[in-house]
Design a protein around this ligand. Structure first.
Ligand code: NAP
Ligand code: MG
Length: 482
């Protein structure tokens, strides 16, 4: 069966540490056997960012603006310790920060829900997607500690020189603290449009809450912008799609979210999004089951996992230990990007593949096979904890079933090739090539053709025992020819 063809390339941003290892394995096992992957590759691994003076990050963001869809592996944000570890020329900025600034986007984070990993909030049945406004407020503040009595004022000097001043507070001799924060109308408008578009795209209600009763100018401005854009640009489309936009006070939203069954997008101001996304992700079970997509107001999408590079596991990996790192959020980053690419190109086959890849991942976990982070919290009674590699292979088996005909044909073709070999040495080479597609039936067929019996057990063990037989047979064959 031919591989699925892609029309337009995806922007592929490779990354660091354990997620970089998973990245390669996901491509090899779950993507390349099924899709003729077309990507424009950017290596955002820290070493290469340093070599290119971080130009590669900027280039990858530009490519994303050009092609419209990107998939990103987790990357290290350098700190002092990393500067030393990687002998960096500079403490480069966070790649996510750079990309976000260039795409001017909003980040949407949603948990992946599977049976057997129950949210701590028992009435949450559907994912809650957090949309965080990633600009301004306290993240770009100007703050001050004042040590004595005095007057703090807000001053705005207009472009024409007009000055407006307003009293903040008159401090007594004990002084205190002052903070100036801002946001920009343009940025809030972009944020609102990203949220409305994403709601239409994913057919989910959009909830937004701020503290407009207390912050009558600042938070009220957010509320007004959302309302105005909704009324003028989105109301009809929301009604047609059967979804709702709903504004209420942030406190009220929090109370309603806790009682809801989920299934909505929750638009949050910067700080609320920072705090609430941690609450939502931990309540849904595992950071490794959280997807993240950056959506720009112009309709550009960058998909990634919400977690980092899983440094602790990587150091174990470097020591030669097998790790049980969860690849699901990274797999979903790929499926999200492939589906979006398929949608933009009118490529139904690619979209179907993306759906199957997600289904296969969920089905594997629901069959009781999972990585350690999940087996520690699952409500299933006998979970099987697998290494990352074994888990990805298990997903591949499910995926092959879903992609049906195609993978089976690959197995048949290989079996015929094996049976057609003239010498044992040739058979052995073809057999080694088949390692990744072997299942019990295929091994039994091969064993029968060689007139040997292979004990039941795990595939890896059975593979090795057939290989041993082939090696022995080859020695015998060579001796015979001498
Ligand atoms: P992390 O990579 O998210 O990992 C923190 C801990 O969470 C891990 O040690 C592990 O817990 C658990 N965990 C996270 N993802 C997991 C997965 N897929 N499977 C199993 N367990 C998982 O955060 P970090 O260790 O604090 O940060 C490491 C590096 O990632 C840093 O250099 C940081 O700059 C970077 N980072 C990048 C991004 C990004 O690119 N988007 C985001 C955040 C952080 P146990 O150790 O208990 O097993
Ligand atoms: Mg946070």
């Amino acid at each position: 069966m031919p591989k699925i063809q892609m029309k337009t390339p995806l922007v592929e941003m490779d990354g660091d540490e354990m997620t970089r290892i998973l990245w390669a394995e996901i491509k090899k096992q779950l993507l390349e056997p099924f899709v003729d992957l077309k990507t424009e590759y950017y290596d955002l691994g820290l070493k290469h960012r340093d070599e290119t003076n971080d130009q590669v990050t900027v280039d990858s963001a530009k490519a994303t603006l050009k092609y419209g869809v990107a998939v990103k592996c987790a990357t290290i944000t350098p700190n002092a310790q990393r500067v030393e570890e990687y002998n960096l020329k500079e403490m480069w900025k966070s790649p996510n920060g750079t990309i976000r600034a260039m795409l001017n986007g909003t980040v949407f984070r949603a948990p992946i829900i599977v049976k057997g990993i129950e949210p701590y909030v028992k009435n949450w049945k559907k994912p809650i997607t957090i949309a965080r406004h990633a600009y301004g407020d306290i993240y770009l503040n100007s703050e001050m500690r004042v040590e004595g009595a005095g007057k703090a004022e807000l001053t705005f000097t207009a472009a024409d020189g007009t000055v407006t001043t307003q009293l903040i507070h008159e401090f007594d001799e004990k002084g205190g603290i002052v903070q100036g924060v801002h946001n920009c109308t343009g940025s809030i408008e972009d944020f609102a449009r990203c949220c409305f578009n994403y709601a239409l795209d994913s057919k989910q209600d959009l909830w937004f809450g701020a503290k407009d009763t207390i912050s009558k100018k600042y938070d009220h401005h957010f509320k007004d912008i959302f309302n105005e854009i909704y009324e003028n640009e989105y109301k009809t489309r929301f009604e047609e799609a059967g979804i709702e936009y709903f504004y209420t006070l942030i406190d009220d939203i929090v109370a309603r979210i806790m009682r809801s069954e989920g299934g909505m997008i929750w638009a949050c101001k910067n700080y609320d999004g920072d705090v609430m996304s941690d609450m939502v992700s931990s309540a849904f079970g595992s950071l490794a089951m959280m997807t993240s997509v950056l959506v720009s107001p112009s309709g550009v999408y960058e998909y990634e996992a919400a977690h980092g590079t899983v440094q602790r596991h990587y150091y174990n990996h470097l020591k030669g230990e097998k790790t049980s790192t969860n690849p699901v959020a990274t797999i979903f980053a790929w499926s999200g990007a492939l589906r979006k690419r398929g949608e933009l190109d009118g490529n139904a086959e690619l979209m179907q593949f993306a759906d199957n890849l997600e289904k296969a991942s969920v089905a594997t976990i629901e069959s009781g096979k999972m990585t350690k982070d999940l087996s520690l919290i699952t409500s299933m009674s006998n979970p099987v904890t697998l290494t990352s590699e074994e888990f990805i292979k298990a997903i591949r088996e499910e995926l092959e079933k879903l992609q049906c005909g195609e993978a089976k044909d690959e197995k048949l073709i290989k079996l015929e090739e094996f049976l057609d070999c003239k010498t044992v040495a040739e058979k052995r080479e073809v057999f080694k090539d088949m390692k990744d597609i072997l299942d019990d039936k295929l091994i039994n067929d091969i064993a029968a053709s060689l007139d040997i019996v292979v004990d039941e057990g795990d595939i890896e063990k059975r593979y090795r025992s057939v290989l041993n037989c082939l090696n022995t047979m080859e020695k015998y064959e060579t001796n015979r020819f001498r």
